[in-house]
Design a protein around this ligand. Sequence first.
Ligand code: NAD
Length: 430
Amino acid sequence: MTDAKQLIRPERDRFLADENPFEAMMSRFDYAAQLLRLDGGLYKVLRNPEKQIIVSVPVAMDSGEVEVFTGYRVLYNTSRGPAKGGIRFDLGVTLEEVKALAAWMTWKCAVVNIPFGGSKGGVVCDPTTMSASELEKLTRRYTASIIETLGPDSDVPAPDMNTNERVMAWVMDTYSMHKRHTVTAVVTGKPIEMGGSAGRREATGRGCMICTREALRHLGMPLGGAAAVVQGFGNVGSVTAELLRREGCRIVGASDVSGGVYNAKGLDPQDLVAWRQAHRYLSGYPKGERVTNEELLTAECDVLVPAALENVITARNAGDIKAKVIVEGANGPTAAGADDILDRKGIFVVPDILANAGGVTVSYFEWVQDRGGYFWSEETVNNRLTEIMVHSFGHVLEVSKRYSVNMRIGAYTLAIDRVAAVHRLRGLYA
Ligand code: NAD
């Protein structure tokens, strides 16, 4: 484990101990289910994951010793289509977290109305301490262990925390070796050379930028000059920061697992990326004031983008948040106990299942392109993504107004209504 991780891990554990992520998801689900007057049977069906898999993943480490890792794959609901959901490598992975993430994927795909169900996977490991060869062996063995559920028509993984295009290439190759032919559509977020989509890497951040733009427009706030803070400087956070800067926002704060940096005059996201590439972490970045992740969340800004992990905005710190808009790049960054506090403060929250849905939307495009064997230009991908995100934002806003609820409950209501409608049409197979 690195020093930076040692520094932050107790903080993360404290956050995660605050609230079980599955229960946090369920409390919002219950609220929306009541608004929809969901019938008792359907309510019970939608509260339970369809399938939960736990596997032991033995890996021969570089030292020659064998380590056994625990892996999970949860298929939450597949009524609307094949399950879709990323794979996460992290020490904090638990079955409850994977269940919550799989449920969020179900609601997210329904919010943007793409024909997928929801799933998620994870392996309990610390990838920062593992060599490339160990990670490859871990990925391949985990893929082989869950291979019965995988497939373009059944369950399609994608990248998530600490996994990337490289890892997706290993998943695709392992699956294809077992099938004895190349199956590109089994996984999304692949390198472009092997069936990946143009624009996929930036898609989640692009969706966050579009949601920020729509939220500020709705509130009558100018985007140009708006001050934004981004927590987490990985795929989602760094792309969101750069695209917001291109829209004229001032990125006043950024952080990663090693801590944060704040500069009211503005930071250059590309310079931060270059620093991270050279030094692995943001810590030590000289062009701003050093702050902790906790301080960054309550720093002076207009827009806050939590883009790292769940449960970072809690009942403890929600009252101190100064942002007027929160755009949830991460999954589940706001504990259920913080929702009311944010509402009372009049903070406009674009919830995760809408704000970060750009990733799965372009994953859907990638799956469509792989199956059709015909690839689109980046411009086409970005235009179609923009159309879906703007439309979905408007739809969630409309539902939230109709039921007089916040955007989060509006998004859950829209999603659960769509999933429930398909269940009613399909009926209950006995
Ligand atoms: P990533 O691994 O590329 O980046 C994660 C970032 O978070 C890193 O900068 C890391 O240093 C930072 N981080 C980790 N622990 C932290 C802590 N305790 N405090 C502050 N920062 C911390 O991951 P990503 O793909 O950018 O995913 C980030 C979040 O976005 C996750 O919640 C993920 O589920 C969600 N998400 C990702 C995608 C996608 O397409 N990648 C899509 C939808 C949602």
